[in-house]
Design a protein. Structure first.
Lengths: 274, 311
């Protein structure tokens, strides 16, 4: 369908318009980030003397290196464990249980639409009782639990589509369940596991409510939580705020541009299934 | 989990089918071993807190001192207090922006293009339109606070096209703050909805459109009787995702307006946070939290029911 009908031209026009609208806020931030320190720049105006040094100053002020480390530690604490136990449970619920136990799955699915705000107050008291307030574990442990509805739902959907005889063939070889799971099922599930990992990475990295409530020190937070604190502190210094925001965004955007195909596929499937 | 805990070579699918009671019990045990870690994490950090939320919602408690049983008073307050009703109303108003604008624009683009976006243009479109989905909502909030600022791009544009009278501090305006916050949400959801609908429309059989054209159908009829029914599922997905995002919004409002001016942009998520941690009204905050959870469920249920595959 390569013919350029009036309709496709209209569509292209619309899409280009949408793309411009999508990009404008980023460009506006970039132009403000390059304005001289202490000035109050205009919305979108390329500065005569771009102050690239603002980025260096923002890097130091925001302690970007520590922030990155903190976010990476939180992601490493959340994503591998969540993906592992969600995969196990998805397999267990899809292949090892009879219809009688469908209610277990339904209890998991119930959590899919649960707003985090519905549990944030008790989580605060729970985390405090565990003595974990203001540590990274205050974000890591609750997130693992909060991701289970989606993770289990996602992996069960995958395992339901695996033909049964594959399982049985492995059985005939005398493989144990666990070995069969690890050596046959998990490698086959790699695309589903990959997408789930990408989604959980994004949601963890961008998580805001939990850090705001459970962790006071921005240096123990996720990137999004730290960005909130950065805005609170530097909200009036527009060039510095914009430079810092762009810096904090840079790692995700970089990853996104590199793994564009995988991210888009994961986000679209994630929406459809969620 | 070590290999030993679950290794049971005699339990297999065949054993399941020739039920010996011990084999069946073993199979069930193995199944539970697979499900248990996820179930424990889910119970500890979702189900237990949720039950606690329900419990707190019947209390009058400042979070420190002694709690007193308060019956349904908190729920009555949530459903009758004019401020809280306005706050809940704000969330539903946000739905208009978060859901309607992206779905309407997405449908317009999809029905105009009605084919795969292949090649470099397609890749570029996908990359750009998905950017707002990848960045934290906090960043969207900061970027748009700057866009809506008095010297920001929105006002700059209005002045450039001779509408200086319209220029204002959008996020501090009693009338315009909520629509402005809504536009931030629309910006975030726009790309995802557009891409889902464009992908969905390519799955509709093109011969349907050809037949309609031969019958002399107008564009509106094509849209009404082919495109809309064909995209039912995708529209359902878009509405579900965006309605949840609107009703449970927190990040964008917290960053861009802090709920102000007054309470014109306060949403339930922000109010729960304030009530529980600033005003120390844990009971009322929990009642609002439970109401919010139920509102999300009630709003999503009909969408799911109307748009699911009718097979």
């Amino acid at each position: 369908m390569k013919t350029a009908t009036p309709n496709t031209l209209l569509a292209r026009g619309l899409i280009i318009l949408l793309m411009v609208v999508t990009l404008l806020p980023f460009l506006s931030m970039l132009s403000a980030a390059l304005a001289p320190q202490g000035t109050y720049p205009n919305g979108l105006q390329w500065p005569e003397d771009p102050q690239w040094g603002n980025f260096i100053r923002a890097f130091e002020v925001a302690k970007m290196d520590q922030l990155l480390l903190s976010s990476v530690l939180i992601v490493l604490g959340v994503v591998p464990i969540s993906v592992a136990i969600a995969t196990m449970a998805g397999y267990g619920l899809a292949k090892l249980t009879s219809a009688k136990y469908k209610w277990v799955y339904l209890v998991f699915v119930f959590g899919l639409t649960l707003p985090f705000e519905a549990v944030i107050t008790p989580l605060y008291y729970e985390v405090r009782a565990l003595g974990l307030l203001n540590t990274r574990f205050a974000i890591i442990l609750p997130l693992i639990g909060l991701y289970m509805p989606f993770g289990v739902y996602w992996m069960r959907a995958h395992f339901l589509n695996v033909p049964q005889d594959l399982t049985e063939a492995a059985q005939l070889d005398g493989a144990t369940r666990w070995k069969e799971f690890l050596l046959v099922q998990v490698p086959l599930a790699r695309p589903a596991i990959m997408s789930l990992s990408i989604l959980l990475f994004l949601w963890t990295w961008n998580q805001f409510l939990l850090p705001v409530v459970l962790v006071q020190d921005p240096m123990q937070r996720t990137m999004a939580g730290a960005l909130g604190a950065f805005q609170g502190q530097w909200g009036t210094d527009i060039p510095l705020l914009c430079a810092g925001s762009l810096l904090i965004l840079a790692p995700t955007i970089l990853l996104f541009l590199i793994f564009q195909r995988q991210f888009v596929a994961a986000l679209m499937q994630g929406a459809v299934k969620g | 989990m070590s290999e030993n805990t679950v290794s049971a070579p005699d339990v297999s699918q065949t054993a399941l089918r020739r039920p010996s009671s011990s084999g069946r019990r073993k199979a069930r045990l193995i199944a539970w071993a697979f499900v248990a870690p996820a179930a424990i994490a889910y119970a500890a950090f979702v189900l237990v807190p949720l039950c606690m939320s329900v419990y707190y919602s019947f209390l009058r408690w400042d979070g420190i001192g002694k709690a007193r049983f308060h019956g349904l008073t908190n729920y009555i307050t949530v459903l009758t207090d004019s401020d809280l009703l306005q706050i809940i109303g704000n969330a539903f108003q946000l739905v208009i922006y978060f859901s309607l604008i992206p779905v309407a624009l997405g449908l317009a683009v999809a029905s105009a293009i009605r084919s795969h976006m292949a090649g470099r243009f397609g890749t570029m479109t996908r990359t750009v339109l998905f950017l707002p989905q990848v960045i934290p909502l906090v960043a969207a909030g900061i970027a748009w606070s700057w866009m809506f600022a008095s010297s920001g791009l929105v006002n700059q544009t209005l002045k450039a096209i001779g509408l200086s009278d319209w220029a204002r501090g959008w996020l501090g305006d009693f009338v315009w703050a909520l629509p402005a916050v809504g536009m931030i949400g629309a910006w975030v959801q726009l790309g995802l909805c557009t891409m889902l609908l464009v992908t969905g429309i390519t799955k509709i059989d093109p011969s349907l459109y050809e037949a309609a054209r031969l019958d002399g159908a107008r564009a509106w009829h094509e849209f009404r009787y082919i495109t809309l029914p064909g995209l039912r599922q995708e529209i359902g997905v878009c509405i579900t995702v965006t309605v949840i995002a609107a009703l449970a919004s927190f990040d964008i409002v917290y960053i861009s307006t802090q709920g102000g001016p007054g309470i014109t942009t306060t949403v339930p998520g922000l109010e729960i946070y304030r009530l529980a941690f600033a005003h120390r009204q844990v009971g009322l905050a929990s009642a609002l939290a439970i109401v919010l959870m139920l509102l999300v469920l009630i709003s999503i249920a009909p969408v799911q029911w109307l748009t699911r595959d009718k097979k």
